[in-house]
Design a binder for this molecule. Structure first.
Ligand code: RAM
Length: 358
C-alpha cells in the first residue's frame, strides 16, 4: 500500500517536473513576490484563452512555491494562462488587496490558500459576483465563499497522525508544545482543534500535557525565537510538534544545534528536513508527515479549470478526471471538498529519496 503510494506519488512528481520544461526545479518555476506583480500585469488573455489565478498564503515559503509550481505547470500543460499572485504578508488584508487586483484584471478563476477563515469573505463574494470561479486549497474559507476546497488530506487523519507521534515521542506522558504558523491560519487551527478533540476523547492521551500553542507566523526568525522561548519557559518539555513546514524547519535547527533532548515532529518539507531526520541523539526529528505540495497545486489547477469549463460546480457528487486521477467531490459538514490523499510519514529510511522530489 505504502509502496504503491510512493510509486504513484513519485511518478506524479516526476511528471510534474517533466512538465516544468521552462525551469525543471519547482523553486525556479514559481515567481518571486516582485515578479508576481509583473506576471499579473501580463495576464490579459488572448481571445478565448482562460486565465487561472493562484493566491498562496505568503511569498518566500518553499512549500508555497512548490504548490505554485504544480499549479502553473498544470495550467500551462492544458494551454491556459496562469497568474501566481503572492500577498506581501501572510495576512488576510494582503490577500484581499491581491484578490481585488485579480478581479480588476478579469481573471476566470481564483484558487486561494486562505490566511483567515472569514476575513476574505467580501472579496471572494465580489469575485464570484464578477463571474470568477473560486476554490480554496491548503487553507479553507467558509463554504459560502468558495465552490470547493482542495484539501491535502483529511483534517482528522492529520490530527491523529500528529497526536500519535506526540504520544510515541513523549513515551505517553509529559509536556509537549505546538509551534504553529499564524494564529488565524484555517488549516493549522483545524489540525490543532482535531488534535485537541482526539486527545480529549481517549484516556490513552490523559497523561500528556499541552503547555502552549506558540505562533511563528510562518516566518523563519519568529519561529526560531518562539522555539527558544518554549525551551526556556518549559524545562520539562519533551516534544515540540510544528504543523507547519516553516516552523518545523526552524525548530529542527534550534534543537539540533543546541543538542537538545526535546524531540520534534509535525509537518515538514523533506528537502528542508533531511539533515534533521534521524533515529539517534544527533538528530532532532525522528519522523514527520506531509503530502506532495506540487500535486496539491496541480489539483487546485485542475479544479479551477473544471469549474471554469463547467465540468463541475463544486457540489457533492460532482466528478472529474485529471492527470492525477479521478476525483469525486465529497461533503464535509456544510462544505464540499476534494481530498488529495493521506498524510505520508517521512523517516530515516525514505527521507533521502523524498528530499530529491520536494
Ligand atoms: C506551511 C504552510 C502551509 C501548510 C504547511 C504544512 O508551509 O503553513 O499552509 O500546509 O506548512
Amino acid at each position: 500500500m505504502k509502496k504503491q503510494f510512493i510509486s504513484v506519488a513519485l511518478t506524479v512528481a516526476m511528471a510534474a517536473s517533466a512538465f516544468a520544461g521552462c525551469g525543471s526545479k519547482a523553486e525556479e518555476a514559481a515567481p518571486a513576490a516582485s515578479e508576481a506583480a509583473a506576471t499579473s500585469e501580463a495576464a490579459a488573455p488572448a481571445d478565448g484563452e482562460k486565465t487561472y489565478a493562484l493566491v498562496p498564503k505568503s511569498a518566500g515559503n518553499p512549500f508555497n512555491e512548490r504548490e505554485a509550481s504544480g499549479f502553473e505547470e498544470a495550467v500551462k500543460a492544458a494551454g491556459g494562462k496562469c497568474v501566481i499572485s503572492y500577498p506581501d504578508q501572510a495576512t488576510a488584508e494582503a490577500q484581499i488587496t491581491v484578490i481585488n487586483s485579480l478581479i480588476s484584471q478579469g481573471v476566470d478563476s481564483i484558487a486561494v490558500a486562505a490566511n483567515d477563515a472569514n476575513a476574505l469573505s467580501a472579496a471572494l463574494q465580489d469575485a464570484e459576483k464578477a463571474g470568477i470561479k473560486v476554490c480554496t486549497l491548503d487553507s479553507d474559507v467558509a463554504a459560502a465563499d468558495r465552490a470547493v476546497f482542495c484539501n491535502q488530506a483529511g483534517v482528522q487523519e492529520i490530527g491523529q497522525a500528529l497526536m500519535d507521534a506526540i504520544y510515541d515521542l513523549t513515551g505517553g506522558e509529559g509536556d509537549y508544545a505546538i509551534l504553529s504558523a499564524t494564529s488565524q491560519a484555517t488549516n493549522q487551527n483545524a489540525w490543532i482543534e482535531a488534535m485537541a478533540q482526539i486527545a480529549a476523547a481517549d484516556e490513552k492521551y490523559a497523561k500528556l500535557n499541552l503547555v502552549e500553542v506558540a505562533y511563528g507566523d510562518d516566518e523563519p526568525q519568529k519561529s526560531t525565537d518562539q522555539t527558544n522561548a518554549l525551551l526556556q519557559k518549559y524545562p520539562d518539555l519533551k516534544v515540540i510538534c510544528a504543523p507547519t513546514t516553516v516552523g518545523i524547519a526552524a525548530a529542527a535547527k534550534v534543537l539540533q544545534d543546541a543538542g537538545s533532548s526535546v524531540k520534534l515532529t509535525g509537518l515538514g518539507l523533506p528537502s528542508e528536513m533531511k539533515e534533521y531526520i534521524g533515529d539517534d541523539d544527533a538528530h532532532s526529528c525522528p519522523y514527520m508527515f506531509l503530502w506532495n505540495p506540487i500535486d496539491l497545486g496541480a489539483l487546485a489547477a485542475y479544479t479551477s479549470m473544471a469549474l471554469v469549463d463547467g465540468t463541475i460546480t463544486g457540489a457533492e457528487g460532482d466528478t472529474f478526471e485529471t492527470p492525477l486521477g479521478n476525483y469525486t467531490i465529497a461533503k464535509n459538514g456544510e462544505a464540499t471538498e476534494i481530498i488529495l490523499g493521506q498524510p505520508f510519514k517521512f523517516e530515516p529510511s525514505n527521507i533521502e529519496e523524498w528530499a530529491a522530489v520536494y
